[in-house]
Design a protein around this ligand. Structure first.
Ligand code: NAD
Ligand code: TYD
Length: 348
């Protein structure tokens, strides 16, 4: 029996990873450690909360003593670390929150793993989940590979880059077994509506303006979240120790083209005239330090581990839009309270 700690399991990607592991590995004990910040939501996991191989632990990865005691108590065999502050716009407002959770929190976990494994690394693995944003911005051409130099531009990406460096340093210095993945933008069910796709779905439903930053010609590479969870499963079990893998959707979209596509889908779903939702598009002040383009070369994980996305963007968007339309309670719980204050401040 393996004991696996998943951090940030109540968040967007983490909840899909928890669901996959709890269902697929009935002989593992899965511990989900999450501080339940504004982004953490146990409603994401109602279908797994009663499973006998699942335990939720509320706690903060920045709390050194708590983390150390938790590792001593459960003697985890593996860590899949997703807990993070994850939104670029929030990092521009409050960089220190990102330093605390993404850097100090990660180092706390590394120290705790190192302490309980104390040199006996057989069957152990620390899996750090990172982002393609650590590579900075691409121009019109080229793709991020695993050897692209780090060049982060936002406090969010700088904090993730820093945590990646600590993971590598613990591998080199202490021999800690690790794997690390840098993934492109995810989308799908349970995505917090501060990020582009769920924010715009929610605003279209409520006939609110769609705030496109700058000229809308920024490009992102979109991956369906369940395909990211599949990749995490594969890398955790078959990834090579001390290796990095890039994960991406081979799916680049300019923001404005993506928004128009989404508006078209929503028109159909909501029975609106074609072109009605796109009238909500409103160009607003650009994000400072806005990265022009992200695009992943995912050929290493494809060739080495046999991973590729299982759904097309059209299929993934259809599933996503249907999920938001069928889960209005989830959306309304999220968008009450703190969210309203955040929205007011960000888009005033
Ligand atoms: P999210 O913001 O939806 O979820 C983060 C989770 O971490 C939440 O449940 C939150 O409560 C928890 N958390 C935050 N601070 C914590 C703390 N101090 N202690 C314990 N738990 C804490 O994020 P996400 O989009 O699911 O991203 C998960 C991971 O994947 C992050 O590390 C992120 O950098 C990375 N990533 C995200 C994307 C993306 O497109 N969303 C792409 C690539 C990589
Ligand atoms: P986001 O979902 O915040 O992801 P990231 O910044 O990590 O890539 O943003 C995706 C793209 O959409 C990015 O280029 C910024 C842009 N964007 C808008 O134009 N308007 C918005 O309200 C938001 C949240 C994002």
């Amino acid at each position: 029996m393996k004991k696996i700690l998943i951090t940030g399991g109540a968040g967007f990607i983490g909840s899909h990873v928890v669901r996959l592991f709890v269902a697929k590995y009935v002989d593992y004990q899965i511990y989900n450690l999450d501080a339940l910040t504004y982004a953490g939501n146990l409603e994401n996991l109602v279908d797994v909360e009663k499973a006998s191989n699942y335990t939720f632990v509320k706690g903060d990865i920045t709390d050194e003593n708590f983390i150390s005691e938790l590792f001593q108590l459960h003697q985890f065999d593996g860590v899949i670390h997703l807990a993070a502050e994850s939104h670029v716009d929030r990092s521009i407002e409050d960089p220190m929150a990102f330093v605390k959770t993404n850097v100090i929190g990660t180092v706390n976990l590394l120290n705790a793993a190192r302490k309980i494994w104390h040199g006996n690394f057989e069957g152990k693995m620390f899996y750090h989940i990172s982002t393609d944003e650590v590579y900075g911005s691409l121009g019109a051409e080229g793709l991020f590979t695993e050897t692209t130099a780090y060049d982060p531009n936002s406090p969010y990406s700088a904090s993730k880059a820093s945590s990646d460096h600590f993971v590598r340093a613990y591998g080199e210095t202490y021999g800690l077994p690790y794997v690390l993945t840098n993934c492109s933008n995810n989308y799908g069910p349970n995505h917090f509506p501060e990020k582009l796709i769920p924010l715009f779905i929610n605003n279209i439903i409520h006939n609110k303006p769609l705030p496109v930053y700058g000229d809308g010609n920024y490009t992102r590479d979109w991956l369906f979240v369940i395909d990211h969870a599949r990749a995490i499963d594969l890398v955790f079990h078959t990834g090579k120790n001390h290796e990095t893998y890039n994960i991406g959707g081979f799916n680049e979209w300019k923001n404005i083209d993506l928004v128009r596509l989404l508006c078209g889908i929503m028109d159909t779903k909501l029975g609106r005239e074609s072109g009605e939702s796109s009238k909500l598009i409103t160009y607003v002040k650009d994000r400072p330090g806005h990265d022009l383009r992200y695009a992943i070369d995912a050929s290493k994980i494809n060739t080495a581990l046999g991973w590729s996305p299982s759904v097309t963007f059209e299929q993934g968007l259809e599933i996503t839009v249907n999920w938001y339309l069928n889960n209005s309670d989830w959306l309304s719980h999220i968008t009450s309270g703190e969210y309203a204050a955040y929205y007011e401040k960000q888009y005033q």
